[in-house]
Each structure stands twice: as C-alpha cells, then as structure tokens.
Ligand binder design. Structure first.
Ligand SMILES: Cc1cc2nc3c(=O)[nH]c(=O)nc-3n(C[C@H](O)[C@H](O)[C@H](O)COP(=O)(O)OP(=O)(O)OC[C@H]3O[C@@H](n4cnc5c(N)ncnc54)[C@H](O)[C@@H]3O)c2cc1C
Length: 471
C-alpha cells in the first residue's frame, strides 16, 4: 500500500484517473506474459508526459518505493513482475507517434506507441521500420528498446538496437537526459543510447525514442521448404547463407509445432514434414526473383522434399501468419507453456537441435521447437503444469541442459527475451565475474538506490542442479 504522503504527491502530479489502486487493477498488473511469475504492486501509475514521469521518479525515490516500468507486459523474462511490490509505471497513455521525418528517414515516438502502429505510420510514407517481434501488434517501442527486441527480420535488418538513434530518459534523481539524435554520424561522448537499449528498465525510464527508418522494399516473396528431419532443415539453412544470400527472414518449425499450428489455425503447412523452413526475401523485384530461385535450388540440393514459392503477398502472408501462430498454438497444449530462447552461432544450429532433442528425451519430455534459424535463435517449448512439481522439475532440468549446451556451443542463454527475473540466476553462467561486476557498477552509478526495476537482471547464481523451476 502507498503511504498517504506518496499517494498525495502522485495524485498531485498525475491528476484523477491515472493512479490505480483497486484490487482488480493491482491483480491485472501483478502478472504479465511470462507464466509462473506474479507480484503484488502497491499501485499503478499511468503518466502522459515526461514531466509526470519526473514527478513520479522524484516522489518514489524520496519515499524509497521501487518503480517497475511497463509497456504492454508481453516480455517473456518476467521483466515487469513487481515481485518486490512498488509502483508499476505503465506507459500505455504515452503512445503518440510524434514525427515521421521523411527527409531524414527517422521517426520519433513516445514509449507506449505500439510497434505495429509505427510500422503503419512509416509505411504510409513509403518507409519501413524493420524490427518485428512476434508481439508487434501489441508490444510497445519502450518495451522493444528496453529488451532490445529481435524478430523475424533480424538476419538481414538487425535488431531494435540497430534502429535506435536517440532517447530521452528520466534518471533516478529525476534529471532528464537526451542521447543521440538525427545525425547519421555523431561521436560526441559515450554512446549512452546503446547503454540504455537492452537495459530492461533498470537504468532509467525511457520517455521518447528516435528511430531510423529505411526505404520500404518494393517486392517480397517466400519459399516454404519441407524436410524429413530437423537436422536436414538446419543444414539447409546453413547452405542458404553459404550461398551468400541473406534472406529477410529464415524461420523453422518442427513437426510438433506444425501439428499444433494446423490444429489451431489451419494454414496449409504439411503435417507429414518433420520440419519446414520459411524463407523470405525482399528488395528489388529482380533481386528477389533471383534470390528465391537460389534459395529453392539450395533447399532442393539439401534434401527438401517439397518446395513452394509464394510471390503473391496474400499467399506469403498466409504462410507467415502460420509462423506467427506458433506460440499461441503451442500454448494450448497444456496449462502452462515453458518457452526459452537459447541461441547459438548459426553454424551450430544442427548441434543445438540435437542437444534440445537429447535434453527432452533424457527427461522423458515432448518438446516442440521453432524459431529464427538464420539467427541461431531457437525457441524450444514444453507444456507444463504447475500442479505437478515432478513434471516441472524435469522440465527445469531439461532447460538447464539446453542452456549449458548452448553455452558449450559458444551461444547464450537468451537471444532476444532478456534476463529479467526468469534468467537472472543463469546470467553468471553466461558472463564472467568481472563482466558481472562491471554491469553492477553501471547500475550503481546510474541508480544507486536501486529504484528502477529492483531485483531484475542481477540475482544469486543458480547452481546447475535442476532445482524447482523459476523459484
Ligand atoms: C506472442 C509473443 C511473441 C513474441 N515475439 C518476440 C520476438 O519475436 N522477439 C522478441 O525479441 N520478443 C518477443 N516477444 C517478447 C516481447 O513481446 C518483447 O520483449 C517486447 O519488446 C516487450 O514489449 P512490451 O511493450 O510488452 O514491454 P514490457 O513487457 O511491458 O516490458 C519489457 C521490459 O521493458 C521495460 N520497459 C518497458 N517500457 C519501458 C520504458 N518506457 N522505459 C524503461 N523500461 C521500460 C520493462 O521494465 C521490462 O523490463 C514476444 C512475446 C509474445 C507474448
């Protein structure tokens, strides 16, 4: 519960209707998209201006009440769970697209602007904002920046970090800093923009975002290639890159994922295939045609049993809708779906697929795996049931083995979902003590009172024991 003094200060700053304390509101903001995690916020603030964010930060800082920044709550690392209570600061009402600058190819938005609405605003001017997390129709730019989110187009276009040119950020003392700007070249001082991108709400509250846009591609087309095994599909995706084609997207779904998608949203995926690759190219029509022909040839040589090419946008969209349905389709398979995003250098994709298979079989579990083959970013998933602790412990052990295997292959514990609470115990597996100390020093320097998203990213190291999932 908020103290009377803090409530008064927050109400003075926010006005009526922007400070939520009802049990229903607190219950709604106690959880987010990551299953098995919940907290208990004292209140939820819905600011509309940077000045209001400053007032919230000052009031909470003086009262010693932590702030959990939140966009749409779609993160998959429990990054918005108020597990230590405190105030949830939700940016839903700071959702304006402030400018599309067609001369400089930039856009400026408030942090609560929805990713797809920026993409639509850019498209209306013939421009393109490529980062496309699967949650783009609901996720916010603030969340994308704080998680450095990826998507299907990372292989060719990069991740959110590659598009952020500048930020406005409210720091823990209530000061407001501006980083970067519209200059293509600007090396004046430290690159604070990069520091804040991916900082998961632990270093400051982002209140404005300047992103780079690119010209919209003139044409696109998609190849669907079916394989008799995951290993063949992994080898084919490596062969596409080896042929010096950089597709706009190179995604895969395994047999279990295909079956789940087809029963959830029939899309014409071949249910008899062990794995499919969905490969998109975009750009100049002649280049797209050339690349699609190369992709089809390489997949055929790699053993594809069936190949379909869709150059008509509606047909291609149907295939991509199937890929986007993977997560909701799999989520129906059990009371809870555990999904991770272990990532390896793309040359090790086949090894990682084998390791996932071995970990699942070793624990007697049925996994479904899909993901961004071109980025080596896999999403192994397993349906679970929190009422069955023995099952959850087996799932936990399987994922531990998967993380350990990814690290042994030169990979990482998370390619795009972030650390938050869910992976905090695993971070010391990935980073050396010296690197962890450097990161803690950055946190202390910018947020000495641990005001922003306390408890996220840094936690006690997790022993490799397979102890209860997400304790
Ligand atoms: C169906 C589905 C598909 C997904 N697909 C992808 C995918 O393809 N690629 C991918 O990378 N992720 C994906 N995600 C994860 C998630 O959507 C992304 O992490 C997304 O960027 C989160 O945006 P959000 O607005 O929901 O942020 P939230 O979940 O609300 O917040 C995410 C983090 O950002 C911080 N934060 C939010 N706003 C601010 C701010 N203004 N200032 C400072 N910190 C802030 C929060 O504290 C939290 O740590 C998917 C999730 C779902 C549910």
């Amino acid at each position: 519960m908020l103290s009377d003094t803090l409530r008064r200060r927050l109400l003075d700053a926010l006005g009526d209707g922007a400070l939520l304390e009802s049990p229903e509101a607190l219950a709604a903001y106690a959880v987010a998209a990551t299953p098995l995690f919940a907290g208990a916020p004292a209140a939820v603030a819905l600011p509309t201006t940077t000045a209001q964010v400053v007032a919230i930060v000052r009031a909470c800082g003086e009262a010693g009440v932590g702030i959990v920044p939140r966009g749409s709550g779609t993160n998959l690392s429990a990054g918005t769970i108020p597990d230590r209570g405190g105030l949830v600061l939700c940016t839903a009402r700071m959702n304006r697209i402030l400018e599309i600058d067609a001369a400089n190819w930039t856009a400026e938005v408030e942090p609560g602007a929805v990713t797809a609405s920026l993409q639509a605003a850019a498209a209306a001017q013939g421009l393109y904002y490529p980062p496309d997390p699967g949650s783009q129709r609901i996720s916010t730019l603030g969340g994308n920046v704080a998680e450095n989110s990826g998507g299907m187009r990372c292989l060719k276009y990069g991740v959110t970090r590659d598009y952020v040119m500048g930020l406005e950020v409210v720091l823990a003392d209530g000061s407001v800093v501006q980083t970067g700007g519209k200059n293509v070249k600007d090396v004046a001082g430290y690159d604070l923009t990069r520091l804040f991108v991916g900082s998961e709400g632990t270093l400051g509250i982002v209140t404005r975002i300047l992103v780079r846009l690119v010209p919209a591609p003139q044409a696109r087309g998609t190849v669907l290639a079916c394989f008799a095994g995951m290993e063949e599909a992994a080898a084919a995706s490596a062969a596409v890159i080896a042929a010096h084609v950089i597709p706009a997207a190179l995604e895969f779904l395994d047999r279990a994922t295909i079956a789940a998608v087809e029963s959830y949203q029939p899309s014409g995926l071949p249910t008899d295939a062990a794995a499919v690759l969905l490969i998109e190219q975009d750009g100049h029509p002649a280049q797209v045609a050339d690349d699609l022909a190369t992709i089809a040839r390489v997949c055929r040589e790699a053993g594809a049993s069936d190949l379909r090419t869709a150059t008509d946008p509606a047909a291609a969209d149907r295939l991509w809708a199937a890929r986007r349905a993977a997560l909701p389709a799999l989520a129906r398979l059990g009371p809870v779906l555990i999904m991770e995003d272990a990532t390896v250098p793309r040359s090790r994709l086949a090894d990682m697929v084998r390791a996932i298979d071995a970990a699942a079989r070793g624990q007697g579990l049925r996994f479904a795996t899909f993901g961004h083959a071109g980025d080596g970013n896999l999403h192994p998933t397993c349906p679970g049931d929190a009422r069955d602790p023995a099952l959850m412990a087996r799932i936990d052990r399987a994922f531990e083995e998967i993380f350990a295997a990814a690290l042994a292959l030169g990979g990482t514990i998370t390619g795009e979902h972030g650390v938050g609470l869910a992976k905090a115990g695993y971070l010391p597996w990935r980073l050396s003590p010296e690197t962890m100390a450097a990161m803690r020093a950055v946190k202390r320097a910018l947020d000495p009172g641990d005001l922003f998203n306390p408890g996220k990213i840094f936690a006690a190291p997790r022993p490799r024991t397979g102890s209860a999932l997400h304790a």
